[in-house]
Design a protein around this ligand. Structure first.
Ligand code: HEC
Length: 97
């Protein structure tokens, strides 16, 4: 059942909680050490998150959380984040120009 649920969640980004970009800006402070100020990464090792689609960011974070996508750093960070944290951060980065 859990697997089916996870599969459904991963296939339907629209079911995620609605993100609040204002809360997300605060929650995304720790991300900027690597992903750059407001997600404008200048280091090719770290993807740019500024202006990225929220649904894409949310999917990646859930994939890191469930180890569907493997990266030693992000697999450490993602599990401590709630669905609401992820939605807020995704909404924030999408709102950045
Ligand atoms: C210590 C450095 C570091 C920190 C801090 C960090 N990340 Fe990452 N992040 C990475 C690396 C490295 C990758 C690239 C992984 C890969 O190559 O697959 C990545 C990838 C990502 C991706 C996938 C981007 C894409 O284009 O596919 C997202 C989304 C992401 N991080 C979000 C976050 C968020 C949100 C935070 C803060 C809660 C955060 N990261 C904090 C290093 C970091």
């Amino acid at each position: 059942m859990l697997l089916i649920t996870l599969l459904l969640i991963s296939l339907t980004p629209a079911v995620y909680a609605a993100g609040n970009p204002v809360a997300g800006k605060f929650k995304a402070i720790s991300c900027q050490i690597c992903h750059g100020k407001d997600g404008h990464s200048t280091n090719p090792l770290y993807p740019k998150l500024a202006g990225q689609h929220a649904a894409y960011i949310e999917k990646q974070m859930h994939d890191f959380k469930t180890q569907k996508r493997i990266d030693p750093v992000m697999n450490e960070m993602a599990p401590s984040m709630s669905d609401q944290d992820i939605a807020d951060i995704a909404a924030y980065f999408q709102s950045v120009k």
